[in-house]
Design a protein. Structure first.
Length: 254
């Protein structure tokens, strides 16, 4: 085989790996670009959540106009009377006084019958395990007309590792609005709940203000990873192609 034929054969041998590398490169660059787009979307989302949660409280939307993508995390104000005999305890954790330590306990979800006779669930806040029984925290039970300010939240989906609720025993592990309303015989309730604000100087339980807006935004790191892999692919294929063509150009002993 002549040198020219050997070189042509070497180029032909690069066609299949070259096509495969181009496809892989396109995928890696596409993933990197997608992560940059996700980064911009996440930054807009975080900015919207912070802006809405810190705004002056307004009336919550009517149930039929509720749109989570638009309305969740709005700062709202509602008035009515708590149905304290139908409160529901949801297992959860809260930040302790010592940094890095969490308290075990429950979130107290209490229906609020509003002035127009509609009902909305209020997450009044956290109580430690030893104050699970309402009778042990009577000083925190609010009777009569009251006004609540807080943050609108959607129903909390049950994760893969979250136990199923046991309504008969009153065991709940996620804030399932429809499930809790059905179990407590509340009828039709608002499709959202309100995470109550903290009360300055409060010494009673439950204690609101437990909502933490902490959305991870690692998309730039992911983008660098995909673009880095794309650069590595270009480097590896370039070395492979150079060696293949270089070896084919060297004279071989007869």
């Amino acid at each position: 085989m002549t040198a020219a034929e050997t070189k042509r054969a070497a180029w032909r041998d690069l066609v299949a790996p070259g096509i495969a590398s181009l496809i892989a490169l396109a995928i890696l660059l596409g993933l990197g670009t997608w992560q940059l787009e996700r980064k911009a979307w996440k930054e807009d989302l975080i900015a919207r959540i912070v802006r809405q949660s810190r705004a002056e409280p307004v009336a919550p939307p009517a149930p039929e106009t509720w749109t989570p993508e638009r309305d969740e995390f709005r700062h709202v104000r509602v008035s009515g009377r708590f149905l304290n005999d139908r409160e529901t305890l949801v297992h959860g954790l809260a930040a302790g006084e010592t940094p890095g330590r969490a308290l075990q306990g429950f979130y107290v979800l209490t229906p609020l019958r509003r002035d127009d006779d509609s009902i909305v669930l209020i997450n009044r806040g956290f109580v430690p395990t030893e104050l699970k029984a309402q009778g042990d925290r009577r000083d925190g039970v609010i009777e009569g007309p009251t006004t609540v300010t807080g943050i609108l939240r959607s129903s909390e989906a049950r994760g893969m590792f979250v136990p199923e609720p046991d309504p008969a025993r009153g065991e709940w592990f996620n804030r399932d609005i429809a499930g809790i309303a059905a179990a407590r015989g509340l009828g039709t309730v608002a499709p959202y709940l309100i995470e109550a604000d903290a009360v300055p100087g409060q010494t009673t339980w439950p204690r609101g203000g437990q909502l933490r807006v902490d959305l991870p935004n690692n998309h730039l790191q992911y983008a660098f990873t995909w673009f880095g892999l794309a650069a590595c692919l270009i480097g590896v294929f370039s070395v492979f192609a150079w060696r293949r063509l270089h070896d084919s150009a060297e004279p071989r002993a007869a």
